[in-house]
Design a protein. Structure first.
Lengths: 203, 171
């Protein structure tokens, strides 16, 4: 049996809920992470692709909010997926894939954000970023990113992990290696600072 | 009424999110299947793919793809079905039907010559320094590749107008 067939059978065996749309995309969303991961570990590239599609938007958005630069965020998110999917055999199938991936993505993003803060050159950074075609940025996006940019990278991670990825303070604390009480305090202060900047139109 | 932190963060829109996702799918799958020595060549402003020995596909930030079969690499006919599919996808993103584009799928020579000619015909400027190469596209973006095949002491200061100030990651 070929690998594509393997995944197709796994996905079809789950099937769409009654009354919902059908089609490959729908079947894909219904297969559990554990089954897709198993297929990926068995060498099924369709399953690997499914994991990327399933979690890309969330991870890329988090990286963008933490780093504040579209291209670097895209790179960081790609690196996170490559790192996570390249070491799937180390993943404990009893645990959830999402926080495992997000922890890696957040670490990649925070490394980039720190490098930017410290003025370090980035290996994958283009020599002349002025040549990059820049997407038109929504004014409210720019406003929020500017406010986030006023925070330490760790505080950005805390905000994003809490309010975008919906993790608890104790989980965020574990990621960052700090007491959860510290996370709560920093969360409160960082949120207040961003609100102040945005709502009052300046720092 | 003042915005909450949740509202402020929810306002952020990732530019070109759909295109980024598609680039990521291709890049990640290619990177995971690349040979170790060919990894870390994603220097096309974050996206340089290696597919098979000596074969590369690059996708520009704007989603434009170019494919090149570098000297000494596999000929397209030697690519695995998986690599071929990735290459075809990149070529289709360029707007070309792979089967109708000689340098995407029909170039059996494997020497990269037709790819280079076609790119130059389309306004790309190609600069070579030993095994390294810079390809400047008409829109001004530049692809640099092959730096990892140079001895670090031989790294050029610049190639094709792109300053090279660091040793690329070694696999």
């Amino acid at each position: 049996m070929n690998r594509q067939m393997d995944l197709a059978l796994i996905l079809m065996s789950v099937g769409p809920p009654a009354g919902t749309m059908s089609g490959p995309g729908r079947y894909m969303t219904e297969a559990s992470d554990a089954r897709v991961i198993k297929a990926s570990l068995d060498g099924d590239q369709n399953a690997t692709e499914e994991l990327v599609r399933r979690y890309w938007d969330e991870a890329a958005r988090a990286a963008y909010l933490i780093i504040g630069d579209k291209w670097m965020a895209e790179d960081a998110a790609q690196e996170a997926f490559i790192s996570a999917l390249g070491s799937l055999e180390k993943f404990d199938p009893e645990r959830s894939f999402r926080p495992w991936l997000h922890r890696i993505a957040v670490n990649k993003a925070i490394d980039r954000a720190r490098q930017i803060r410290d003025g370090q050159s980035l290996v994958d950074e283009p020599a002349d970023t002025t040549e990059l075609p820049q997407a038109e940025e929504d004014p409210r996006t720019a406003e929020a990113l500017n406010a986030l940019g006023d925070l330490d990278p760790e505080d950005r991670v805390i905000l994003v992990a809490k309010y975008v990825l919906n993790y608890r303070a104790v989980e965020i604390a574990e990621w960052l290696g700090m007491p959860d009480s510290t996370v709560r305090v920093r969360l409160h202060r960082a949120a207040g600072r961003v609100r102040k900047i945005v709502n009052e139109g300046g720092s | 009424m003042e915005a909450t932190i949740e509202e402020i963060l929810a306002r952020v829109e990732v530019p070109d999110a759909d295109a980024a996702r598609e680039r990521a799918v291709v890049a990640i799958l290619a990177e995971l299947s690349a040979e170790p020595r060919k990894k870390r060549r994603r220097r096309f402003f974050g996206l340089m793919l290696s597919i098979g020995a000596g074969t590369a596909v690059a996708i520009s930030p704007a989603g434009q793809a170019i494919a090149d079969f570098f000297t000494g690499g596999d000929s397209p006919s030697e690519l695995s079905a998986q690599d071929r599919a990735l290459t075809d996808l990149a070529c289709k993103e360029l707007g070309a039907a792979a089967a109708e584009t000689s340098w995407c799928a029909g170039d059996e020579s494997g020497d990269g010559a037709s790819a280079e000619s076609l790119l130059e015909d389309r306004g790309y400027q190609i600069t070579r320094v030993g095994p390294a190469m810079a390809i400047r596209s008409p829109d001004g973006t530049t692809l640099v590749t092959g730096l990892d095949e140079l001895d670090p002491s031989e790294l050029p200061g610049e190639i094709g107008g792109v300053k090279i100030d660091q040793t690329p990651d070694q696999p």
